[in-house]
Design a protein around this ligand. Sequence first.
Ligand code: NAP
Length: 312
Amino acid sequence: MSESKEVYDLSDLRSWSDGSASLDPPARLAVIGDPVKHSRSPQMHNPALEEAGKEGQYVRIHVTPEEVEEALDLMAQAEFVGTNVTIPHKGAVHAAMDDVTEVAQRIGAVNTVVFEDGAKIGHNTDAPGLKKAIREEFSMDLTDLRIMVLGAGGGAGKAASVQCAMDHCDRLVLVNRTVEKAQALAAELEELLTDPDRLEGPADRLKAIPWEEKEMERELDQIDLIINATSIGMKRTDPVVVPDALLAPHHLVYDMVYAPARTRLMADAESAGARAANGLGMLLWQGVLAYEFWFPEKAPVDAMRKGLHASL
Ligand code: NAP
């Protein structure tokens, strides 16, 4: 395998046939973003490609917002199988697709593209990646849980909320600092959570509340799974996500943050007797599901997990 550049850009894509000639095996998959240097996806996908004996490698490509459409066209022409998409392009890529899956449509964001017979097909694997991670970490399914999503108005929070609603979870409480975003999302998700057989009724089953301690406290007795979908917890100086006095042994806490590996929220949850997990599983499973859209076979999950852990 010849050494690829740490990050490619649009000018590389424009002359890809020259640039890629020296790559062996050729680049067939990528992650595009702005910035993109931080992405750990190559460390997860290259071991998978190698393990599966695929003739291709996975690279990072720096693409600015103005360059998204051209970059996708050039990648299709250069016979890429597909690409991942990271911040801030998930919405723009969604708009540039020929077709998208239901979950990507509901979220309005695409993190995985498949170039297929001249068409660009958009998927969102963040949402089902979270579902798989919850299953793996807690041996529970979203459908059986009463769930609070903190930061529901952000990109990751919307993905989580849509998946919970599509799985018809028992209860969904959307919390956001800018409460209007949570309210707008609740209005979009209402149709998915109206089956009359579950709990009390639609009003209580789906709720949007502001990011306030009193409001959270009122709900947390009736919540099983707490998902942190904000970036709070990445820095030591960050504020608390949920005051520790509100955490109880019956809670499952899923923190989408994975660096540090044990966040303050996780530590507080465990001190309260609750179970907690970080976001690494979600990162792994979104990659596994992307691989399985690109190739019609089971992904080599162990190789991906090993590569991801080694990258940290
Ligand atoms: P984003 O779109 O910028 O959303 C940020 C969310 O956090 C918004 O809801 C925002 O509320 C809220 N927020 C930010 N600062 C806050 C504060 N001080 N107090 C209360 N709320 C605050 O970001 P994103 O792309 O969704 O990513 C969020 C986090 O999830 C990041 O840490 C990212 O790395 C992580 N993530 C992890 C995975 C994984 O696989 N584990 C996947 C995707 C994302 P407002 O709407 O009021 O601004």
